[in-house]
Design a protein around this ligand. Structure first.
Ligand SMILES: Cc1cc2nc3c(=O)[nH]c(=O)nc-3n(C[C@H](O)[C@H](O)[C@H](O)COP(=O)(O)OP(=O)(O)OC[C@H]3O[C@@H](n4cnc5c(N)ncnc54)[C@H](O)[C@@H]3O)c2cc1C
Ligand code: SF4
Ligand code: SF4
Length: 337
């Protein structure tokens, strides 16, 4: 049977401006046939011309099978969850974005041997360039806490290295909702080439997401040229109705989101999933008291990881979430088409 190839992905997703840049297709292509061209906006991948199905007629179709945008399925609102918690780390997490709860769950899981690696996005703190990474011990994980709002690399790029080269079979993946959807498609797919990836992801943590920004346009354009802030001066970025930039030796710079509209990645404009409804646990800032993270625990697996972190004292939780605030942002995002 002929499967869909990257040519269908190009027509249905890339050329339609729907690609989120999640990098899942790049990660799973068995022929290394897809990549993002460095420095060219990287709104969607390109083909190397080595697609096995297209060139040699070898049945594949895995890129199309796992792409969250090819399915046309829309995720909306808060999804199914069993618990809503305000949570924070029971230990110091210096760079945490909210309450450090995501770091606490993952650090505990690594230290207890529940997982053998975390696929996530870290950053070069000098240039603020994000990079897809595999972390296998709690100390570097704690060092890499915090949110990366701008993209330079496809965030799931490291999944191939984790599964194929390093043969890690008990992974946690942390990602924004589009990446979570892609990984969940790997877990559920009947495509034989997707199965090793799906089977290797034990825990899937989703981060609430309104939008992400293009690295060059945000860091070099708006921050550098307009606000004269160099990346190495930035101590913290936070989005809370506006972009708050904590700058070394200067007053905080506050930028209205309206000013950032041109820097929003094109694939985000048609994205309706705020709360990462396909994750085992979703995490965000909105809804929890300052200094805590909102956790929506969705699956028995997610609950097991939260319970283990609570039992070890590394995660502190209370059932104190303003769900109406979360619903408000989810509803606004669900209006996108
Ligand atoms: C692009 C983006 C947009 C967001 N938008 C919102 C929003 O609109 N409203 C809201 O309430 N919350 C939003 N969040 C979530 C919020 O910023 C925090 O990530 C969340 O509250 C968890 O905080 P924490 O202190 O528990 O996480 P931490 O303990 O600081 O850990 C964060 C973990 O996430 C990983 N990570 C950081 N950035 C990325 C990324 N881009 N992709 C994959 N993994 C990453 C880090 O490596 C780290 O492991 C957003 C996050 C991101 C990355
Ligand atoms: S949305 Fe993700 S999987 Fe789909 S084409 Fe874009 S990078 Fe590939
Ligand atoms: S808004 Fe967030 S989840 Fe949606 S495509 Fe953009 S980065 Fe992905």
């Amino acid at each position: 049977m002929t499967e869909k190839t990257y040519k269908d992905l190009k027509k249905d997703v890339w050329d339609a401006g729907l690609c989120s840049g999640c990098g899942a297709c790049v990660a799973v292509c068995p022929g290394e046939g897809l990549f993002f061209e460095t420095g060219k906006g990287m709104n969607s991948p390109v083909s190397t011309g080595t697609c096995k199905e297209d060139q040699d007629g070898v049945p594949c179709g895995v890129c199309y099978a796992i792409c969250p945008r090819a399915s046309g399925e829309m995720r909306q609102m808060l999804g199914v969850y069993t618990e809503a918690l305000a949570a924070r780390a029971g230990f110091e997490v210096p760079h945490r974005q909210s309450g450090g709860a995501v770091t606490a769950i993952l650090a505990n899981a690594l230290d207890e041997g529940l997982i053998d690696g975390v696929v996530t996005v870290t950053e070069d703190r000098f240039t603020l360039k994000p990079r897809s990474a595999i972390i296998t011990s709690s100390e570097p994980l704690i060092h890499e806490a915090g949110s990366r709002y701008s993209w330079w690399v496809p965030l799931l790029a490291s999944l191939k290295e984790a599964v194929v080269k390093r043969k890690l079979r008990r992974l946690a993946v942390v990602g924004v909702p589009c990446a979570v959807q892609a990984v969940q498609r790997m877990r559920a797919s009947d495509n034989q080439l997707a199965k090793p990836y799906g089977r290797s992801v034990r825990l899937l943590i989703g981060l609430f997401c309104t939008e992400t920004f293009d690295y060059r346009a945000l860091v070099e354009g708006v921050l550098g040229e307009k606000y004269h802030v160099e990346p190495w001066q930035v101590k913290r970025l936070n989005v809370a109705g506006k972009l708050e930039v904590t700058v070394e030796g200067r007053d905080q710079v506050t930028i209205p989101l309206k000013e950032l509209e041109a820097t929003v990645r094109p694939g985000c404009r048609s994205c309706t999933d705020f709360a990462a409804v396909d994750a085992d646990i979703s995490a965000g800032a909105v809804g929890a008291p300052k200094g805590s993270t909102t956790l929506l625990v969705r699956t028995p697996i997610g609950k097991a990881f939260v319970d283990r972190a609570v039992a070890s004292g590394r995660l502190l939780v209370e059932p104190k979430v303003d769900l109406a605030a979360v619903e408000k942002l989810a509803k606004e995002k669900s209006k996108r088409k």
